[in-house]
Design a protein around this ligand. Structure first.
Ligand SMILES: Cc1cc2nc3c(=O)[nH]c(=O)nc-3n(C[C@H](O)[C@H](O)[C@H](O)COP(=O)(O)OP(=O)(O)OC[C@H]3O[C@@H](n4cnc5c(N)ncnc54)[C@H](O)[C@@H]3O)c2cc1C
Length: 457
């Protein structure tokens, strides 16, 4: 519905679309946005878009992790491009793992399944959420439930000793646990469901499981594991969608960001379900309004003599590398180490290992060359370019996480299990410098009406 409305409004207002163009660089002149460089996938040609204002809305970067609900396009292009142009990224250590992804595939199984009465069961058939969240049980928040599943698996309680547990929405199971919980309908009668009702309420989920797993959720429990889902961190912005350049909240003239690539930080360290769409509709609108106001007054920044030089150099490096390394191997290794050591649970030792591996991979990446030498829809070249983004974001995520010696929301450390508001009630800002160093600074969390409180379930 959002897309449909947006598309119709764009048609009505004669917006020009550049389909199959991928933005690969941000032009900054005199500290202000001056446009972008994009590659035309059909020709391989670089195009310069000279602009008074630029809005990034390029989505998340969940493809860093091995198991993810995110589509292949979630490669963090916006944050990576902006970071290469000397701007910081905010709160990158906070990444949300959704508890219920289809085993091995990561495809999301909505919380609606548990809302309808589905329960999580370990390999021994135990409803283990009773241990971790005695009051709300299976309806605990995403981070709490993901950690509980992880701990069950780690304690050898996965199904058949594997890395998954069951999400059980079979009517007999739902009815059994609803009776135990004393769950009632609005009219006070006991809550019960039938297979037909489950199918009517959760048609997509039933379909996904039947198609991708060969499992029928009406008669069989679904194998699930946590899946990397949502980036709380990203390009720092204020509430108007203006991109922020430093810890003093200085806005970059003409540069805006909204949606999952941005960090306006309404979700803090852990987003609640459904709030991403709310975020991007509200702050996307603000970014658009601000940009429209800005271009009325602002002048174009003068472009450098060869605006595409920076982007071209990066692509030339990829095209002429010695080809000793393979992008697929590098991606698989990155995803695995990030899932194992920078995932649901983290520790200093694990994160140091992740950082070491990611940095080795960044070195190996310099030797990757596409076997396809063509210009027309060279998706191998684009995959390699995107892998560079993912590696850079994996590094900055890990550095930001290592520094935060506490647990908060999507950042959960075994060596620092408690939230530490005294020292860490602050946002991280990470700059990637040209010499390869990552610099961290912090800015305070703005607290207005609602004081942060300890969560208990
Ligand atoms: C399976 C799943 C279920 C979800 N369910 C919910 C939900 O129920 N409620 C909720 O609130 N949130 C949900 N989320 C989160 C929410 O969908 C996303 O956070 C949100 O769609 C992000 O929107 P966006 O506009 O920021 O980015 P996207 O929708 O990802 O759009 C980014 C666009 O930018 C384009 N792009 C990327 N890089 C470039 C580039 N370099 N050049 C040009 N274009 C580029 C992409 O092709 C894409 O079209 C879900 C997410 C997933 C993965």
């Amino acid at each position: 519905m959002i897309l449909q409305t947006l598309y119709q409004q764009c048609l009505k207002n004669n917006v020009t679309f550049y389909d199959e163009f991928q933005v690969v660089d941000l032009l900054m002149v005199n500290g202000a946005a001056a446009g972008v460089v994009a590659i035309e996938l059909a020709t391989g040609e670089l195009h310069v878009f000279h602009a008074k204002a630029v809005i990034f809305a390029t989505g998340g970067h969940g493809r860093i992790w091995e198991i993810t609900s995110n589509a292949y396009a979630f490669t963090g292009d916006g944050p990576a491009v902006v970071m290469r142009r000397g701007l910081p990224l905010e709160d990158m250590e906070f990444f949300q793992f959704h508890p219920t992804g289809i085993y091995k595939l990561g495809i999301l199984i909505t919380e609606g399944v548990r809302g309808e009465g589905g329960v999580l069961l370990n390999g021994k058939g135990e409803r283990f959420m009773e241990k971790y969240a005695p009051k709300v049980k299976d309806l605990a928040s995403r981070d709490v439930t993901s950690r509980a599943i992880y701990m069950e698996i780690r304690d050898g309680n996965g199904v058949n000793g594997q890395n998954y547990v069951y999400l059980d929405v079979r009517p007999e199971s739902v009815n059994k646990y609803a009776a135990i919980d004393g769950r009632k309908n609005l009219d006070g009668t006991p809550y019960t469901v039938t297979g037909e009702q489950i199918l009517a309420k959760l048609p997509d989920i039933v379909d996904f499981c039947r198609v991708y797993l060969g499992v029928d959720p009406i008669t069989q429990p679904m194998p699930i594991q946590p899946t990397a889902h949502y980036a709380m961190g990203g390009i720092p912005t204020n509430k108007y969608g203006e991109v922020i350049a430093d810890e003093k909240n200085t806005a970059v003239p003409g540069l805006y960001a909204a949606g999952e690539c941005a960090c306006v930080s309404v979700h803090g360290a852990n987003r609640l379900g459904t709030n991403s769409l709310l975020d991007l509709v509200v702050f996307g609108k603000h970014a658009g309004l601000r940009a429209a106001e800005f271009v009325k007054e602002a002048a174009f920044q003068p472009l450098p003599a060869d605006p595409a030089e920076f982007a071209r150099a990066r692509f030339d490096r990829i095209r002429t590398a010695d080809g000793k390394e393979n992008a697929f191997d590098i991606a698989v290794t990155m995803k695995k180490v990030m899932f194992d050591d920078m995932g649901i649970f983290r520790s200093g030792k694990g994160m140091e290992n992740a950082l070491k591996v990611v940095r080795e991979l960044q070195d190996r990446y310099k030797h990757v060359r596409p076997t396809d030498t063509g210009e027309v829809f060279n998706m191998e070249l684009m995959n390699i370019w995107e892998l560079g983004n993912l590696l850079d974001l994996a590094e900055v995520t890990t550095v930001s996480a290592l520094a935060r010696t506490e647990s908060r929301g999507g950042h959960s450390r075994e060596d620092y299990p408690d939230r530490d508001d005294k020292n860490w009630l602050k946002h991280s800002l990470a700059w990637a410098h040209e010499d390869g160093k990552i610099e961290l600074k912090y800015k305070p969390v703005g607290i207005t009406r609602f004081e942060p409180k300890v969560r208990t379930y």
